[in-house]
Design a protein around this ligand. Structure first.
Ligand SMILES: [Fe+2]
Ligand SMILES: [Fe+2]
Length: 231
């Protein structure tokens, strides 16, 4: 039987790790920035929020039920994965609410870069976000590491390559075309350069053609617009 190559899961995890760390580091500067900068940050937060939810939804629907049938002696491990997803989701939603509150604070105060009162409110809201971000990133990294170290080695032999391939197929269906192309950009950005040819070889020809024709350049300017700005 052809065995599943699970490296693509690790590449996806690399994008999640890298971009949520960057979102945490850049939040203060963007929250104190002008409206276009804040809108770029908000857009990227929405993208990554949707990406993480999609990644977990795919695993919840397409991995855990099958693995419960095929790996009856690893039920504890699958329970542990599901529990970690719940912890990560709670923190993700807490953070999402705090970022929306920050948005309301900015709108309520007009130009957030002016005025002592708005600065004090922003300072407090940013401190609250950063504390949740720290917990969220720690819980997420812990989960991704557990999945990579404990779960992925059990996949080959338990699932067929066709069953495994449902994950990226469903990801595209859930995310839609525009977000999928950005997510592809982030997977390529954070994965080891030496593995990029084998990653690209797994994609449908029309996706590669689109990436090479226009999407790679569009992604590069999107990503550059999220680089750190001076507060
Ligand atoms: Fe995963
Ligand atoms: Fe997971």
């Amino acid at each position: 039987m052809e065995l599943v190559d699970t490296r693509d899961m690790v590449w996806v995890h690399g994008a999640i790790r890298g971009e949520f760390e960057r979102l945490r580091a850049n939040l203060p500067a963007f929250a104190r920035g002008n409206d276009p900068a804040w809108e770029r940050y908000r857009g990227h937060w929405e993208l990554m929020h949707g990406f993480l939810l999609e990644h977990h939804t795919g695993e919840d629907a397409l991995l855990w039920p099958l693995l419960r049938e095929r790996l009856p002696d690893r039920i504890d491990l699958i329970d542990h994965m599901e529990e970690e997803h719940q912890v990560v989701h709670q923190l993700l939603e807490d953070l999402n609410e705090q970022i929306h509150a920050l948005d309301e604070l900015r709108h309520g105060n007009g130009d957030a870069s002016n005025g002592d009162a708005s600065n004090a409110d922003l300072h407090n809201a940013l401190a609250a976000c950063d504390a949740t971000f720290a917990d969220f990133n720690a819980a997420t990294i812990r989960h991704l590491e557990d999945e990579e170290q404990q779960l992925l080695p059990a996949i080959p032999g338990a699932l067929t390559p066709q069953e495994w391939a449902r994950l990226p197929q469903q990801a595209t269906e859930i995310l839609g075309e525009e977000a999928s192309v950005k997510v592809l950009g982030y997977v390529l950005k954070w994965m080891p350069e030496a593995d990029r040819p084998s990653m690209l070889a797994t994609l449908p020809p029309e996706v590669i053609a689109n990436w090479e024709a226009t999407a790679a350049d569009e992604f590069a300017s999107y990503d550059a617009s999220l680089e750190a700005i001076a507060p």
